[in-house]
Design a protein around this ligand. Structure first.
Ligand code: SAM
Length: 168
């Protein structure tokens, strides 16, 4: 089924929307493959408990997006990056975890994100190199990033910017 959209921005794996200034930004269609509320003990938080809410506008799978070609001006793709962490770990709960077929899944995710982008649309890609180097991930798409930035305490988080159809 194809969903008709009237929003300019797609986030197909929004998680708990941590990186948004406004977690209810009306311009964004928030998707994720799960809907859940999680509470975990956390000594670093004041109450001793940390809550996480994953509540997408739509439950979707980034490997098979239910949108027509060329639907969005901007797509932000921040897929799970963990392979080794236990599924019960806080990080895995927060960020999700890649399965055995992660290469196929990320390749399909890139392909789907570019399919639903308008010509010259922008893809923002976020990746953390805890388990897999960004150079390995970039082999999974034929599109070339224009520029990017590393951040985080250990400089393992990458933000990369692509433009659909912009030849290198
Ligand atoms: C790194 S987290 C996203 C964090 C988010 N950007 C934030 O600011 O909180 C990755 C998310 O991708 C979701 N996910 C995993 N596989 C998916 C799939 N096939 N389709 C859609 N979402 C998926 C996970 O549930 C997880 O919430």
């Amino acid at each position: 089924m194809t969903i008709t959209v009237d929003k300019p921005i797609l986030d197909p794996c929004c998680g708990s929307r941590m990186f948004y200034f406004d977690k209810s930004d009306e311009r964004v269609l928030f998707g994720d493959c799960r809907r859940e509320n999680i509470s975990l003990r956390d000594k670093s938080s004041k109450s001793g408990v940390r809550h996480l809410s994953i509540n997408p506008d739509r439950m979707i799978d980034f490997t098979r997006l239910p949108f027509s070609n060329e639907s969005f001006h901007l797509v932000v793709f921040d897929p799970p990056h963990l392979v080794r962490n236990g599924r019960s770990g806080w990080l895995a709960k927060k960020y999700g975890k890649l399965g055995e077929n992660w290469r196929d899944d990320i390749a399909s995710g890139f392909s789907e994100c570019f399919r639903v982008l308008m010509p010259n649309g922008t893809l923002i890609f976020k990746w953390n190199e805890q388990d897999i180097k960004v150079s390995e991930i970039l082999k999974l798409t034929d599109q070339k990033p224009i520029f990017g930035n590393r951040c985080g305490k250990t400089a393992k988080s990458h933000w990369l910017v692509f433009m659909k159809g912009a030849e290198a």
